[in-house]
Every structure is written in C-alpha cells, then in structure tokens.
Design a protein around this ligand. Structure first.
Ligand SMILES: [Zn+2]
Length: 264
C-alpha cells in the first residue's frame, strides 16, 4: 500500500521529475575530464550528483549562475564532493563530504560577493570576506601596516565585521580552496564612517595584527590577551594616542547609530 501516493492524489499534486531535462542548458567537464557538470536554472541553493557518467565517475548538476569562469574553482570542489558523495557513506567519507560541502558554499558566497552580488545567505555559514567598505578599503590599510610595522611578513586577511556588537576581533578561518587555515582580522563597522580618520582605522588594524604576532598566554589559569609586552608594542604605533582617543570617544557613538540603523 502506498499511503503517500494516495495523499498526493487527494491533493491533486503531480510528482515532479527530479531533474527536469529540458531545463538543463549546457555541460562542462572538470579539470580531470571525468566529472560532467550540467547547469540547471531551477537550482539555487543546492547541487546534485549521480553516479555512472564515465567509468563510474559522477555527473554534477549545478545552479545555472555557476556557469561562468569565476566559478571554476568552486566547480572543482563540487567535482571532488561528487566523487565522494557517490561512494559508500562510511564515517570518514561522511566527514569529508561535510567538509567539502561547507567549503564549496563558503567559496560560492565569496565569489558572489567579489562580483558585487549578494551571498546565498544561510545560517551557520561563515560570512564572506569584504575588505571594501562604504568609505574605507581595509586591504590598503593592512598593506600599509604590514609594510611599516611587520616587514610584510604577516599573511593574514582582513574584512569588515558582520557582527552588530561593534567589536573588532581576530579568528582562524579555513581557505575553502586549499583547506588550509589562515588568520582573519574582522574590523568593527563603526570604523567604516566618513568621520573616521585613516589613523584610527590603521590603529585598530595594527592592534589586531599584534594579536597574531603576540598570541594570548596562560598564566596561573588565566588567559592574558593584552599582556605587558602587548601593551608596550601597541604604543609603537605612531598615532597611538590619537587612535585610542577616537576609539573611546567617537566609536561608541558610531556603533549606537549603527544599532539604530542610522547612517554614520
Ligand atoms: Zn585586543
């Protein structure tokens, strides 16, 4: 007995074909030439695969907007994902699949944002890296700080923060393409303002860079983030006094405006 089928009949719903063939426009192959990509305009937030296209290698269906050359690296991740997804679901394989899926969507969001489009927002996913703000470009500030204070030795990346709280912080992220960890500095949006001088942004960027160079230490069960050495190094910044004054006096006002969705 097929209860589900009866229910569908009751509501007059017709079962939809899973991969409507007429919607599939073009096909591509991955760099190894064994995984085939098809593009489906009906897909937006999902990808699909099936086994057995060529010598057991899969065919992957991608949303049509992933056709362009800028998505080449994302397609390679999708191909890798499909090669695992068609295999037996061992615990190890499941973990690899989960990792590849999350790297794939992180990269897709990053590509969309780099192209000036909105990311496919989804809960729990890391926000894309956006160094270009409304008023200030953080890449330029980081470049100057790295050259002036760190002999260009820092390999971190930088973004405007997505948090509303207004704090700047530093975290470890995984590169979706290589799977390797990197340091990411996130700067409070309270600094992306017309009333924010460059010396203030450079100050907070220098402070966050120092956290990478001087990691927190444990002492008698306490975690010391801004130790003596940190505070000493921090003062080497040429506009240290000016920055801390701006940080204490103007930043809280800017953050209050942001919370009330007022322009700053
Ligand atoms: Zn700090």
């Amino acid at each position: 007995m097929n209860l589900f089928g009866v229910q569908l009949d009751l509501f007059g719903a017709q079962p939809q074909p899973e991969n409507p063939k007429e919607e599939v426009k073009e096909t591509h192959l991955d760099s190894t030439g064994v995984v085939r990509f098809k593009y489906n305009p009906l897909l937006k937030k999902s990808i699909r695969c099936k086994a057995g296209f060529l010598f057991g290698h899969p065919e992957v269906q991608l949303p049509a907007y992933m056709k362009g050359p800028e998505f080449a690296e994302a397609r390679e991740l999708a191909a890798e994902w499909a090669e695992h997804a068609i295999r037996r679901k061992t615990a190890k394989n499941k973990a690899v699949i989960k990792d590849l899926v999350s790297r794939f969507w992180t990269l897709v969001d990053q590509i969309l944002v780099d192209n000036g489009e909105s990311p496919i927002s989804s809960k729990g996913r890391v926000p894309p890296i956006c160094p270009q703000g409304k008023y200030h470009n953080l890449d330029k500030v980081l470049e100057a700080i790295n050259e002036t204070y760190f002999e260009n030795k820092l390999t971190c990346r930088i973004t405007w923060s997505n948090r509303v709280g207004g704090l700047s912080f530093h975290s470890i992220r995984k590169d979706p393409i290589t799977g390797e960890d990197f340091h990411l500095i996130s700067i409070s949006k309270g600094y992306d303002a017309a009333n924010c001088p460059l010396y203030a942004i450079a100050g907070v960027v220098y402070h966050e860079c120092l956290h990478i160079v001087i990691p927190p230490v444990e002492s008698n069960g306490r975690r010391i983030v801004h130790g003596c050495n940190f505070r000493k190094q921090e003062k080497l910044y040429i506009y240290f006094e000016e920055w801390t004054k701006w940080h204490k006096e103007v930043l809280p006002r800017n953050i209050r405006c942001l919370r009330k969705h007022k322009p700053i």
